[in-house]
Design a protein around this ligand. Structure first.
Ligand code: TXA
Ligand code: MG
Length: 353
């Protein structure tokens, strides 16, 4: 049985820009932990992942214990070389190869028919497996050095915002995992896009770092899982049904003008509540509230994605009771941002009439 909260979590600092990452002592040491079936958190271009040997049921089991993750939520297998795909998946359709050609390494996860050898613990008993090749030198070097496919969910406690820094990982998992490779803050900031390649028209199950528009430029029209647009539908990606990312304070997403948002703030402060506002650099001086935190620039939504989880975690360090967030356009990177924000808010929204 995996001992919870009793481990000494080793922190390995690694500069992602050093030349010889593949033979870097800290990388080799972290890889040896993975080979022993232990858990190692590492940076990817999206968020930090919590890695384990994907071929070992016992190793993968440790992930669910450390995170407190529901056992019906399958994991993404991370690979560093294209050949590894064939150890994991079979009957790979041509469209998947086209996507791989254009987007790997990168924030796109493909759902494909699963090879027998992959632990059913990884796929939560499904006959498909999610695979991606991350675009981060440390992730790639670590996976290569381990010689294994690495199952890795985001390295947060279940229900918390995904970690974009090593500090976020330690805040959630210190004492519960063997090691973390600290390679600095991640870049994209939201998780990979998950696309099911087993349907006749590929279907986006989770919006993320690669936009629908980017994908359609390469393979033509794709579907979106109904659950992403209809509240009642059951998501095909089991992880999408859980509450996620929620800050401690009540979060409400506001659809309307800054004047409307300020009125909501004023009303709550008049009732004695401490109120926070999640805004953008452009509007940071627009609001008067107890705490105002800007999250990137509206003019470049990638900067909003990059900072979103850090900002949600930052509100937990304040004493606000309620947070009003601006909303974002539902296109391009805005789709992933709004998906995560609304999940964090438990779908609480205020519309200006
Ligand atoms: O960017 C990312 O994807 C990060 C980094 C660490 O790579 N990983 C990540 O993993 O976000 P996780 O476990 O937090 O989210 C995996 C998502 C879940 O929504 C899960 O339900 C879905 O992928 N998934 C995994 N296997 C699946 C499958 N066979 N069919 C459908 N959905 C699957
Ligand atoms: Mg996650």
């Amino acid at each position: 049985m995996y001992e919870v909260k009793t481990l000494k979590t080793h922190v390995f600092f690694v500069d992602k820009n050093v030349d010889d990452l593949n033979t870097y002592p800290h990388i080799l040491q972290a890889a040896s932990y993975l080979q022993r079936g232990e858990l190692v958190a590492f940076p990817t271009e999206t968020v930090y992942g919590l890695g384990a040997n994907a071929m070992s049921t016992a190793a993968v089991e440790n992930i669910f214990v450390a995170k407190g993750r529901p056992s019906d939520n399958p994991l993404i297998v991370h690979i560093a070389k294209a050949e590894q795909l064939h150890d994991i998946a079979c009957d790979i359709p041509p469209v998947a190869y086209t996507l791989i050609e254009h987007f790997w390494p990168g924030p796109l996860t493909l759902v494909l028919p699963k090879k027998e050898a992959v632990s059913p613990r990884v796929t939560a008993g499904l006959n498909t497996v999610a695979v991606r090749m991350p675009n981060h030198p440390i992730a790639l070097a670590l996976i290569k050095a381990s010689g294994l496919p690495i199952a890795a969910p985001s390295a947060n406690r279940s229900g918390r915002p995904s970690p974009t820094t090593a500090k976020h990982v330690l805040d959630d998992l210190d004492g519960r995992i063997a090691a973390i490779v600290d390679g600095g803050p991640t870049g994209v900031g939201v998780e990979s896009t998950v696309i099911d390649c087993t349907t006749s028209i590929p279907t986006i199950l989770r919006p993320g770092g690669v936009t629908k528009e980017d994908i359609e430029q390469v393979i033509g029209v794709v579907d979106i899982d109904r659950a992403l647009v209809e509240k009642e539908a059951v998501p095909k990606s089991p992880g999408m049904k859980y509450t996620h990312y929620a800050p401690k304070a009540t979060l409400i997403v506001v659809n309307g003008s800054s004047t409307f948002l300020q009125q909501l703030v004023n009303k709550n402060r008049a009732n004695g509540l401490r109120v926070g506002v999640l805004t953008t650099e452009e509007n940071r001086h627009t609001y008067e509230a107890d705490v105002v935190i800007p999250c990137g620039r509206r003019s470049d939504l990638r900067t909003v994605a990059r900072q979103l989880y850090d900002v949600l975690r930052a509100f937990d360090e304040t004493n606000v009771d309620i947070i009003y967030s601006e909303s974002f356009p539902n296109e391009g990177m805005g789709v992933a941002i709004m998906n995560r924000l609304l999940k964090a808010a438990g779908y609480e929204q205020m519309m200006e009439k």
